[in-house]
Write a protein that binds this ligand. Sequence first.
Ligand code: PLP
Length: 437
Amino acid sequence: MLSTNQDAYFMPFTANRQFRKTPRMLVGAEGMYYTDDAGNQVLDGCAGLWCVNAGHRPRRVVEALHKVVDTVDFVPNFQIGYPLAFEAASRVAALAPGDLNHVFFCNSGSEAGDTALKIALAYHRLRGEGSRTRLIGRERGYHGVGFGGMSVGGIGSNRKIYGPLLPGVDHLPHTHDLSRNAFSRGQPEFGAEYADALERIVALHDPSTIAAVIVEPMSGSTGVLVPPVGYLQRLREICTKYGILLIFDEVITGFGRLGGSCFAAESLGVIPDIITCAKGLTNGTVPMGAAILRDHVFEAFMQGPENGIDIPHGYTYSGHPLAVAACLATLDTYREENLFERAAEIAPYFEEAVHSLNGLPHVVDIRNIGLVAGVELEPRAGAPGTRAYDVFHRAFHEGLLLRYTGDIIALSPPLIITKSQIDETFEKLGKLIREVA
Ligand code: PLP
């Protein structure tokens, strides 16, 4: 039960008053399970909040965190260095494809998004193209809650109470097309041409005004929107043609979520100019984000006087020792337990299991890629979102943690999930979908 002053904590992205009436509390975690405040086990179907990719409290990460707090608490990263931050940067760069070789550390996915957008603006300015100030996002995109990320983000309800946000922003259409792609497995077949909207946006504003395009390779927060075959390739071609930087927000897709490779850029075969990441970077244990830059982007910042500040940007906690320790131990865990490969191996089983829900009442679409899936329910007349909320809430009390957004249930379990835990997840979810009218 909740403690005395129930109004003190203003919970993020939560229906606060509803929550206080029917709270859901987690107090412990191990492997694939949380423990709730009544001591029940809750199977984690969404890696916490898309971040606990190696499962809860991996031994190496726990030990590394104990060790670092006994050694050092804080090191400023402005004009001073913490050696392991350099190691963490090179380890992250080594996991990124192509010449994405340079890493700027921050503390969250939102900060990574704003960092990438600022870098894109400064990149053009430093190269003598200061007129390139427009940022292009996509409908149903989510890039966190900073002013930059919110501005390029495409979720109306996240934007509308905050006024006009950044000027000059435009949005691509989203690619969600149930009329052609319902019940797709992996990348949907139709919709590469949605990328051509970028040609129209370029023609409208002129390429000389456009700095960057930012998209999630797969949109997670708005309900698992998998990119159609060829779509990201086409975006890449158009960006290259007009000198526009392409940014992939891999806050969810990074660190093996799509299976096989660390980043979606590699698994989907498209190299952006900047990748942003967070979440799985430290397995969710310590807040940390990063923007990973290609050589040409980084080099644009290295042309000024050697004793001048290269980028007037950074956070007190950039390269924080605790985050760096968590990051290094997390990357060790991914490698030693072959978790990216494991995700690819078990993904076909996961795919079969989620598609077994096809035909249940109110299920209008099921989609998946790697170890992520979305189950879209038909909204109740006049009460959108309530059907998926009911499934989510009841699932929690029956020992299964899900995510929901609108009327879409999202699943993104830790990459250590077993076949029997996949069975358990979808048996429970199927039962609840049948029960919730
Ligand atoms: N970008 C994407 C794609 C995300 O999914 C999220 C969070 O879910 C963010 C950015 C923001 O990350 P954070 O909540 O760490 O600021």
